[in-house]
Design a binder for this molecule. Structure first.
Ligand SMILES: [Zn+2]
Length: 423
């Protein structure tokens, strides 16, 4: 396959650049990136004139089955939302609900330019089934916690082991994390078990971390120490994905700098649950990797990473006055290559480079009425962050396979999924 005449977003010399290049894809990989590549006979050619070709977006923290909670429960704080609203209903979800809700999210992600998602949920074999059908790239898990007793906790651990042991070793698109829910919902026993599993299977850890103010004291009460010290005690030396990290103190930052970890920043969910906002400018200046996530739709509203990029960029202006802060170039990296680094997949995806997997999206910024917000297109990168949304994505490619072309799905039927939810 050949993508011709596009304006390609590449990372070069520590910068984000836009270059007119053609991309030749062979099998699952980007074989060649150059000007004027001649198409071979019978080769599929995608004309990307007036379009932007960029690495697929990487959503580093989501709960994809939570599409079913979209538009519910506004105005709660995190604890009320979880304890009184979400957990009681989640306890009644069936495997079928989780499959269908995951399908809805997959449709949402592919159609808005996300090529890889880091999920955190349960009934995960159903989530895997949905992801496998759609051919998206994903990192999945079975969430562990024991704030409701030992037996439930052991069942979760067994389910995780079953999920991992029954993986299809030939499927390169789906990888795994070990995921204790949070330090405030897991005893030392579960954290110790999580460490054991991560080491045994050589997997990263994915955990909610300092999302809300109440956690700070609750973690001290439960573990007798501050959050970062507890984190270091259990997960030092293990690659760890920290969802949120809104409430990091200077001491926390110093401890995290000594660990192999980074932050999945979910600004919309944080605003929605009244958690305030992470100072990701400061984290980045301290050398901590920060990538972007949407969280589930129950708190994050939707999975459109373009919306997340814009809010993430603007939010820093809400906490930094007349100071240097992140720019749209930083944001593009956070949504792509930094996400790949956070998920431990940067040797495979996250950028358009020869030899990498072809996880690519094509964004339609043609000068016409539908794209009025981007005219004049003085700065493509700024327009991508501030004036584009997921509806402008016209083609989504994962591992060299077209999942959506001209907004038509290839492996799943949009109408079928939408009708199910309308019912
Ligand atoms: Zn979450």
């Amino acid at each position: 396959m050949l993508i011709k005449n596009g304006k390609v977003i590449i990372f070069e010399d520590n910068d984000v650049k836009v270059k007119e290049l053609d991309i030749k894809i062979q099998g699952s990989k980007i074989e060649k990136l150059a000007k004027n590549i001649k198409p071979q006979e019978n080769e599929k050619v995608i004309d990307a004139s007036h379009k932007v070709v960029m690495p697929g977006l990487i959503n580093t923290h989501a709960h994809i089955a939570m599409s079913i909670f979209r538009g519910t429960f506004e105005g709660c704080d995190l604890y009320t939302w979880l304890n009184e609203k979400i957990w009681p209903i989640e306890a009644r979800l069936t495997e079928e609900d989780v499959y269908n809700a995951s399908m809805l999210s997959i449709l949402e992600m592919i159609s808005t330019g996300t090529t890889c998602v880091n999920d955190h949920y349960f009934f995960s074999e159903k989530i895997r089934e949905a992801l496998t059908k759609s051919k998206m790239r994903a990192v999945i898990t079975r969430v562990l916690m024991d704030n409701d007793g030992q037996e439930a906790s052991q069942n979760r651990i067994n389910e995780f082991i079953h999920l991992f042991e029954t993986r299809d070793k030939n499927n390169n698109l789906i990888t795994y994390t070990v995921s204790p829910h949070g330090l405030y919902t897991c005893s030392g026993k579960v954290l110790e078990k999580s460490r054991e599993l991560a080491l045994k299977y050589n997997l990263p850890v994915h955990i909610h971390f300092l999302e809300s103010i109440s956690e700070i004291e609750d973690i001290k009460k439960l573990h007798g120490s501050t959050a970062s010290k507890v984190l270091k005690k259990y997960f030092d030396g293990i690659h760890t994905i920290l969802a949120h990290g809104v409430k990091l103190s200077d001491e926390d930052i110093e401890i995290l700098k000594t660990m192999d970890c980074g932050i999945a920043h979910n600004p919309i969910s944080n605003f929605r649950l009244g958690c305030k906002i992470a100072d990701v400018t400061k984290y980045l200046y301290n050398g901590i990797n920060v990538a972007l996530g949407t969280d589930g739709q129950g708190s994050g509203n939707n999975l459109d990473m373009f919306e997340t990029m814009k809010i993430a960029a603007l939010a820093q202006g809400g906490i930094h006055e007349n100071e240097a802060r992140i720019t749209s170039k930083d944001i593009i990296k956070m949504a792509t290559i930094s996400g790949a680094q956070l998920l431990g997949l940067d040797n495979k995806v996250g950028s358009i480079e020869e030899g990498k997997e072809a996880d690519i999206i094509i964004v339609d910024l043609m000068p016409r009425l539908d794209n009025i917000k981007t005219i004049p297109n003085n700065d493509i990168i700024s327009n991508l962050v501030y004036n584009t949304d997921g509806r402008s994505v016209d083609t989504t490619i994962v591992g060299g396979e077209i999942l959506m072309e001209n907004r038509k799905m290839k492996f799943i039927t949009a109408e079928e999924i939408i009708n199910k939810f309308e019912k």
